[in-house]
Design a protein. Sequence first.
Length: 95
Amino acid sequence: MSNNNKKKLKLTKEETVEMTYEEMIKRYNNYIIKTVSNMVDYVHRKYEYLTILCEYEDIKQVGLLAAYDAYRKYDYNYGYSFFTILKCYIEGRIL
């Protein structure tokens, strides 16, 4: 994505920003990594059979790709927080 592809993101009830995917990753990288890691840990605990089929790092990569899809498909007009959508995409991809 180039810098001219800014998207309007609702972060909280009060905070709305316009940013590119690259800006979003730079600003919220720690949150995204933490969310993905927590979800991967959850999957490994709850669905032990997946650990036989997939490596931890593979599942983590799937979660990170979900962050890109969440950004790409997010629509501000629905009124949901971007972080809510982000968690749903990560969970959906990993599970």
